[in-house]
Ligand binder design. Structure first.
Ligand code: AMP
Length: 283
């Protein structure tokens, strides 16, 4: 596995690979890698792509300095894990490689700005602008044929899709399903920070999403949301949102018949750790 730390070097190598017709699959990450990330590596490998992973904790997408500081960093373990799963190239830049002094950034306008204003957009102001900035910059350095992103961050992959269309980036976005722990907790780099005493409670998010899926046909959405909010709060979470939306534009859905594709999304704090999860209720 090749490790690059400088943009110019990986750019030259990628250009060489593209010239020789190699199919390239790119997986942007913030490190602290786990089996969820590895499921993206495996997906990319299966489709025959040469797999490029980036590890970069992007400062511009954190609204709280404290959250950025606390973000787990496990570079040595990450490299070993990527190597074990057959990743071909890893890019681990410092901030100045991604945003050099002469770099200037124009805000990116997407066609439906509402999709970045709601849900995570309400609770993490500026997060998606920072996320679009880094993904667009990484795609400039690594113009892969495909980008692999997780359904775990459902809203994020929707916004990246729109962003690429707005910028005329031809990379294809592939969404990978959520990889979960045995008890249903969605794998996340943040899970290692969950207080061990609270770990058994963490699975409530998954259980509540499953309940929403089971009840979608028989209950009005307002009732499902009310029960979900109660269940999550009673379990000891501090709930930010539990929403049921049209998966194509994130607008709220009142009844199962209102949309062809319905997704439930949740964000809640368990002690010091903010967890998000989602489930496709109507595929
Ligand atoms: P992150 O390092 O958290 O920014 O995640 C990097 C990529 O991995 C994103 O596209 C995530 O959606 C994806 N990812 C993170 N956790 C999971 C998971 N449990 N299952 C599938 N994909 C995931």
């Amino acid at each position: 596995m090749f490790i690059f730390r400088q943009s110019a070097q990986i750019q030259a190598y990628i250009a060489h690979l593209k010239e020789s017709g190699t199919a390239l699959g790119f997986i942007p990450t913030m490190g602290a890698l786990h089996d969820g990330h590895m499921s993206l590596v495996e997906m990319a490998k299966k489709s025959g792509d040469k797999v490029i992973c980036s590890i970069f904790v992007n400062p511009t997408q954190f609204d709280k300095a404290e959250d950025l500081e606390k973000y787990p960093r496990t570079e040595t373990e990450d490299i070993l894990l990527l190597e074990k799963h057959g990743c071909d190239i890893v890019f681990i830049p410092e901030v100045k490689e991604v945003y050099p002094e002469d770099y200037s950034h124009q805000p990116i306008e997407i066609q439906n700005p509402q999709i970045k204003a709601v849900l995570e957009g309400e609770f993490r102001p500026g997060h998606f602008d920072g996320m679009m900035q880094v993904v667009s910059r990484l795609l400039e350095i690594i113009p892969a044929h495909r980008i692999y992103m997780g359904q775990k961050d459902y809203q994020q992959q929707m916004i990246v899709r729109e962003m690429m269309s707005a910028l005329g980036i031809e990379t294809e976005l592939i969404m990978a399903p959520i990889k979960r722990e045995e008890d249903g907790l969605a794998m996340s780099s943040r899970n290692r920070r969950i207080d061990p005493d609270l770990r058994s409670v963490a699975t409530t998010l998954y259980e509540t999403l499953k309940m929403a899926k089971d009840e979608l046909q028989s209950c009005p959405v307002s009732e499902i949301i009310h029960t979900a909010e109660q269940k999550i709060t009673e379990a000891g979470f501090e709930l930010e949102y539990f929403r049921v939306v049209d998966g194509s534009d994130l607008s709220p859905v009142k009844n199962e018949k209102d949309a062809d594709f319905i997704v439930a999304l949740v964000a809640a704090w368990l002690g010091e750790v903010r967890l998000i999860d989602n489930m496709i209720l109507k595929p």
